[in-house]
Design a binder for this molecule. Structure first.
Ligand SMILES: NC(=O)c1ccc[n+]([C@@H]2O[C@H](COP(=O)([O-])OP(=O)(O)OC[C@H]3O[C@@H](n4cnc5c(N)ncnc54)[C@H](OP(=O)(O)O)[C@@H]3O)[C@@H](O)[C@H]2O)c1
Length: 294
């Protein structure tokens, strides 16, 4: 069997095209905050800003010094929370060493209405409750769900195995799949007998960051494989799957690059548009309320 390629580039292009009209109407603005000069972050930010340009979305890249301290970053977050012209902003992860241990506190400081990465407790909580409550869901899991939807891969009733349990990818993805009727198993670094579990998956998701760790013998023949992990070596970007051998066993697979990466960017920009829409609705509601009290 040679697997069908699930192209995230194709789906993301379609999503970005649908966003253009709303961007023109609402004129949202995304701010990307980076501390330091991490090479992988530079490349992710470049992709995000390039996609903003492609759809006419206003954007700003604030690059802070590598040695930025917590008070300075928190003050910037507070200013961005208050600035009415900023529809949404993200703190590009990973942060430099002195800030990394404060990541939960930093993400918590972003006001939920501008948390377009969807990493804060409020938006994660809404994502947890049900798919109807999702508003600004975390970009990568939302992109993965959209990719499955586009290629008509059924989720309901399927056994989904998610390898990786981070708060920004594995866990929210598992919940979003559960809320769509999948039976979900989550694996992590302490999981015993990983391949016995991955072999049971109808849809296998890998979000680890260990290139080639998922080999053909770990995949059920005919399974759909969604490779989220990204690692870089001298040859370029690599996913978590041993792509060539797994393609011989799976019925469909995402490539790296060109798979989940572009979907993450498209979902992020969709969240920015949604955030701006909610902010406009809120302003109108308050105005109507004020007028009704006159
Ligand atoms: N394509 C995209 O747009 C996109 C977006 C976001 C992230 N990513 C990529 O996705 C990967 C995961 O990102 P993340 O932020 O979730 O990373 P993370 O926070 O480092 O989480 C990695 C997860 O993998 C688990 N793990 C580590 N070794 C394992 C093993 N041998 N067997 C099974 N599980 C193992 C860890 O388990 P423990 O919890 O037990 O430590 C952890 O839950 C990275 O490569 C990242 O670059 C890609």
């Amino acid at each position: 069997m040679t697997a069908r390629i699930l192209s995230g580039t194709e789906v993301a292009t379609a999503i970005l095209e649908t966003l253009k009209k709303k961007v023109k109407q609402l004129d949202p603005k995304l701010v990307v905050v980076q501390a330091g000069d991490n090479a992988a972050s530079n490349s992710y930010i470049k992709q995000k800003l390039k996609s903003c340009e492609a759809i006419g979305m206003r954007h700003e890249h604030i690059q802070l010094a590598e040695e930025t301290g917590l008070p300075e970053l928190m003050m910037l977050i507070e200013n961005l929370n208050r600035e009415p012209d900023v529809s949404g902003f993200i703190i590009q992860l990973p942060l430099p060493k002195q800030l990394e241990k404060h990541t939960p506190q930093i993400l918590r400081a972003i006001t939920p209405t501008k948390d377009v990465d969807g990493f804060g407790a409020y938006n994660l909580g809404k994502t947890f409750l049900s798919k109807e409550f999702e508003d600004l869901p975390p970009a990568t899991p939302a992109g993965v769900i959209e990719l499955l939807h586009y290629y008509k891969v059924p989720i309901e009733g399927q056994h989904a195995v998610v390898v990786g349990r981070s708060n920004i990818v594995g866990k929210p993805l598992a919940i979003m799949l559960l809320n769509r009727g999948a039976t979900v198993t989550v694996c992590h670094s302490k999981t015993a007998g990983l391949s016995l579990i991955t072999k049971q998956a109808d849809i296998l998701f890998c979000a680890v960051g260990k290139p080639g760790m998922i080999t053909a013998d770990m995949v059920k023949p005919g399974a759909v494989v969604i490779d989220i992990g990204v690692s870089r070596d001298e040859e370029g970007l690599k996913g978590d799957t041993d792509f060539i051998s797994v393609s011989e066993v799976a019925s469909a697979i995402t490539p790296t690059p060109g798979g989940v990466g572009p979907m993450t960017v498209a979902s992020l920009l969709r969240n920015v548009v949604r955030a701006k829409q909610r902010q406009v609705e809120m302003i109108n509601k308050t105005r109507n309320l004020d007028e009704s009290m006159l």
